[in-house]
Write a protein that binds this ligand. Sequence first.
Ligand code: XIL
Length: 393
Amino acid sequence: MDPFRAVSCALLLSAAASPATAMPLVDCLAPAATCTLRQWADQAGIEIGAAVEPAWIAEEPQYAATLAAEFGSLTPENRMKWPEIHPSPDAYDFGPADALVDFAQTNDMAVRGHTLVWGQMAGNGTPDYVRDAQSAQELRTLVAEHIGTVAGRYAGKVDSWDVVNEPLVVLGNELDPNPFFELLGPDYIAEAFALAKAADPDARLFLNEAFVELAGPRFDAFHDLVRELLAQGVPIDGVGLQGHLLFPIFLDPQELRTNLERIVDLGLEVEITELDIAVSFLPEAERDAYQRQAYFDVFTACLEVEGCNRITLWGFTDAHTWLDDFLGNPAVDPLLFDEDYRRKPAYYGVRDALRRSIVPEPGRLWLALAAAAFAARRLRWRPRGSRTEQLAV
Ligand code: XIL
């Protein structure tokens, strides 16, 4: 056993015996324990989730088994989006979303609802009959009916909703001039939150945004928006940073951590909601190590910020990732399991971050002391050796 594990296990066992710290009897740091990421995350006090599709659950036993074992939460990747669940004004298609909610309940998993209002032109956010609304009143009626029905149906089953997705224009720092903005003005965001609150008063309501992981004017604009919504009394509980890290320059762990802290400092929860880390822009020989470290860094940033409560990956196996289409490169391989559901180095980057975070603080102190003692002994040996050499000369 490596010394890190030995010291942490000893400390956990002594902590378990102490009535002051309630530790689970079987814990992931115990020598013989083999924990999945879901179990590690439980002990670390956060939730780990994945975006999923019901068809793959139905068709691939290994997909379903891996999902249930490794993740404590799921997000419907597409099936709760407006065009999917409410394809025409009078027709809802709840079947696929219901199947995911059932799967989650059977496997004791949480569900993030994604998403009620998403006005971006790209992607699959808003159906044409909504885009074509001619007046503010017509659009307001559609939005109220949609949010009331969808959030109402899943009340008590979905723990959090991305009420509004991607309010900022993709390349810029302004509100996106989408059809909701055009007809209702910036208040469309506040209105959507009020409707979601009325439909499901207990759900945690999130504003979710893309490409806000780095410091800079875009994150500042997003932060200002959130602050203004709070100042207006909008019932917002949390903020999601999507975490699509398409290129290595999209990740600076310190800046990510600061952004997470700045959201929490507003009195909100924060989550990373759509994490994937593409490697197609790196030389092949560097990909595994880079990805393992990058996953470690993202998880560590969240784990070190109290109020960062969940990290959701946008998929979990490289067999099914939206980035193959979006980036048009099959070597993009952004997730934790390979196409045959084998654990990749990235998986162990996540595991290491979770494990590190559950070594109790005194454990870190002990480790530091042990390392210092070891180093001191080595230092003492060297002068002796050199003294002998000097005498010999
Ligand atoms: C993506 C899905 O993964 C794809 O399957 C779909 O074709 C397009 O949308 N930001 C979001 C997600 O908020 O909803 C998007 O999901 C990815 C970017």
